[in-house]
Design a protein around this ligand. Sequence first.
Ligand SMILES: *Cc1c(COP(=O)(O)O)cnc(C)c1O
Ligand code: SF4
Length: 347
Amino acid sequence: MEKWKKILNSCISDSATLSKYLDINKEEADEVIAKYPMRINTYYLSLIKGKGDPIWKQCVPDALEIKVQTGKRDPLLEKNHSPFDGLVHRYKDRVLLIVSDMCAGYCRFCTRKRMLGTRENVLQEKIFLKALQYIKQHKEIRDVVISGGDPLVLDDNKLEHYIKNIKKIKHVEIIRIDSRTPCFLPQRITPQLCEMLKKYSPIYFNTHFNHFQEITRESRKACKMLAESGIVLGNQTVLLAGVNDNAETLKKLFEGLLTMCVRPYYMYIPDAVKGTYHFRVSIAKAVRIMKKLIGHTSGLAIPHLVIDLKYGGGKTPLLPNYIIKHKGKRYTFKNFENEKFYYADIS
Ligand SMILES: *Cc1c(COP(=O)(O)O)cnc(C)c1O
Ligand code: SF4
């Protein structure tokens, strides 16, 4: 059996086993797990350096998940933009195909918390055929995002089956893969997988690192292998209270990602999902953090800060405001160092 499959098979999902490794309150953990399942793989577990550290917070159940009742199960109303389960068509020219509801571990802050572990669902072949049919009929779709859960919990053959058939559709220009495995289970990125993906270039791959403690020898190797196979790597970070909600931590993360050929793409304000409220960061704070990053590190290290608006409003960018006054053609700016500048625009 491949190493990554062994690690996946030995995921920890009960408090008794977890308490052998970590100092947790078992009763509390059990109450949370009854509502929101736990799944921690041993690789990710090994990254924990101390109680309550940024890795711990992302994977160990917290009583606050059930104590705080604020939020919705499905705040984005993805359901309203699904022609059928398994496909989300929110933006005209791109669709998101959900191929599995399993992940290489469950994140406590997950937006799709409502779906995880409820059933071990992979996309059924008849639904996939329906999705192919749908994409074929909608000629405006030029970008297909293969997502989940995590698509890379599927084996190479299954994944290739999806990619190959989507790629056959003429108007589909690019395929994207969303997977947390380079961070969560870097052993999943094998030479065989890279060989397979390479055939379907251009492939854009968005991974999901939230903290520099996740940058390890193994994750570096995984990203390097993907990059060397011609896959363009981006990263989506979720801004999480107590995990990464300060400019210094994020700067270290984003600069670290660039050293392994991963370009920060998005940083999300956490969605208003029930059971994840203790991770929320205010918009004002998020914008202040962006202000401390822009101009203070490579532009390449700066992701777009976005908020996914409720009820299917879509991803919407948030930026610090650099224009402080504007009268006719005359603009007053504050630059990244808070110095004042004037600028006269063309008539
Ligand atoms: C995020 C998302 C996409 C991709 O959006 P980009 O801004 O192009 O990265 C597509 N479909 C859905 C439903 C999404 O949530
Ligand atoms: S890997 Fe992604 S989909 Fe899976 S639990 Fe984590 S955030 Fe959710």
